[in-house]
Write a protein that binds this ligand. Structure first.
Ligand SMILES: CC(C)(COP(=O)(O)OP(=O)(O)OC[C@H]1O[C@@H](n2cnc3c(N)ncnc32)[C@H](O)[C@@H]1OP(=O)(O)O)[C@@H](O)C(=O)NCCC(=O)NCCS
Length: 169
């Protein structure tokens, strides 16, 4: 597996990212979209991510044998008093490649990159009760608490969100 932080995205990478997001959403993943996710909606999302990359967002992609199998984003705080912290967003692994340590490797890459950039505090939130909640705890993140009715799931019903943080130094 190869993990990279591209600064530009090729047509093949846009396509791979769109297919990855569609797979995750259509399998019930709760990362901001309703199912079924259309290809154009997915592509437009990644074009927005690319625009945010111009202002500091870091995109991590995991590729295996030329297939884009996972992704995560690191969004540094834009606030003057938050230069030491960043938010981890949209950790996703393709359903055909789960349970192989891809998310672990992506999260380690995020931590390494964050520390190298002087970030000492990471935050994230995730759907209460989904596998990611246990995975973040397994990866050493501290569970802060639960916000009820935070976001709509892929079926439109509201669900609670769990907030986590990890201090890197
Ligand atoms: C959450 C998700 C990214 C995990 O991807 P994955 O590549 O299958 O995860 P990994 O195989 O790397 O497993 C991560 C680690 O958690 C561990 N783990 C897996 N399931 C676990 C569980 N239920 N409880 C505790 N630890 C668990 C694994 O053993 C691994 O640790 P290790 O590397 O020390 O062995 C994937 O299920 C996904 O895309 N879900 C939908 C989107 C989503 O909910 N993303 C989170 C948004 S915040």
């Amino acid at each position: 597996m190869n993990i990279t932080t591209p600064t530009t995205l090729s047509a093949a990478q846009y396509d791979g990212l769109a297919e990855l997001l569609i797979d995750v959403i259509n399998a019930g993943g709760s990362v901001g979209f309703f199912a079924p996710l259309q290809k154009e909606t997915a592509l437009e999302y990644w074009r927005q991510v690319k625009a945010e990359m111009e202002s500091g967002l870091v995109l991590f992609i995991a590729e295996m044998d030329g297939v884009l199998v996972g992704s995560v984003q690191l969004a540094p705080s834009p606030k003057a008093n938050g230069q030491h912290r960043a938010e981890v967003r949209k950790l996703i692994t393709h359903t055909d490649y789960r349970g192989k340590g891809i998310a672990s490797r992506l999260m380690q890459a995020v931590e390494d990159h964050a520390l190298a950039c002087g970030k000492t505090l990471l935050v994230l939130d995730t759907h209460l009760g989904r596998p990611a909640e246990a995975i973040y705890q397994h990866l050493g993140w501290t569970r802060v608490g639960v916000i009820p009715d935070y976001a709509a799931g892929t079926d439109g019903s509201l669900h609670a969100t769990v907030v986590f943080y990890k201090q890197l130094a």
